[in-house]
Design a protein around this ligand. Sequence first.
Ligand SMILES: [Zn+2]
Length: 253
Amino acid sequence: MNYMYNWNKAAMLKQLWNIARKKENLWVKWVHSYYLKLQDVTEVQVSIHASWLFKKIINLRTVVERLGGWEEITKGSEYTIGRTYEMLIADAPKVPWSNIMIKNIASPGARFITWLAIQNRLATKERIEKWKVIEDAKCVLCSGAIESTQHLLYDCQFTQSVRNCLFSFLKYRPESSNFQEEIQKMNKINKKKTDRAKLIVGIWTEMIYSIWMHRNRKIFDNRSCNMKELTNYIVFRLAGRVNNRMKEMLVTR
Ligand SMILES: [Zn+2]
C-alpha cells in the first residue's frame, strides 16, 4: 500500500517538475496559460475552482521543500520517478506500530487482517452503519455492545475469554486497558528476539484474524464455535508455522 502511495506521489511530483520547468507538453502548456498565467509555480495561489488534479499536484510543493528542493531531488540533472520514490520512502513517518509487522511469525492472512484492524479499517458494523446498509450494529459474538474495533477485538466478553486463555498458555499477563494500548505493547514485545516474545505476538496476530473470521462466519454463514474450539484453532494455526522449541511451548499447556 505504502509502495503504491509513494510511487503515485513520485509520479505526480514529476508533473510538478514539468510545470516548474515549463516542459513542453500539452498539459503543462495548458496549466501555464490557464492557471499560472505569468506567476511562478512556487508562489501561485490555487483557486478553489481549479481541477482536483491540479490542486493535488500543486500541493506537493511542500513535499519538494521537505525533500530539500528540486536541486536535491533531481541531483542537478533530470527528474526520475525511481529516485524520488526512494527519497519519499526514506522520508515517510515511521508509524508507532510498524514493528508489529516485522518478523511476525503469524500467517500472511493474519498479518493482513491485523494490519487493517490496527488502522481501524476493518468493515466493522460501527463503520458500515454510517452507509446505512445494516439495521443492527450489535456485536454478534455477545449481542451486547455496538460492534466497533475496540469492542470486537478487545472489550467483547468472548474475545476477552479467548485472549485470557491464549495468553495464559504463554504465562503472559496483558496489562493494557484498550486495543490501542495493546498494539503498543505488542509493538514493544515484538522487538525482543526470544521465542516467547515471538509466540506472544504471533498468537495475538492470529487471534485478531480468527476473531474477525469467526465473526464473519457467524454473520454470513450463521456458523459458530465455542471459545475452546476457537483457541485450539488459533494455537493450531500458529503451531504449523513455528520451530519445534516454540511448538513445544504452545502444546504443553
Ligand atoms: Zn461482543
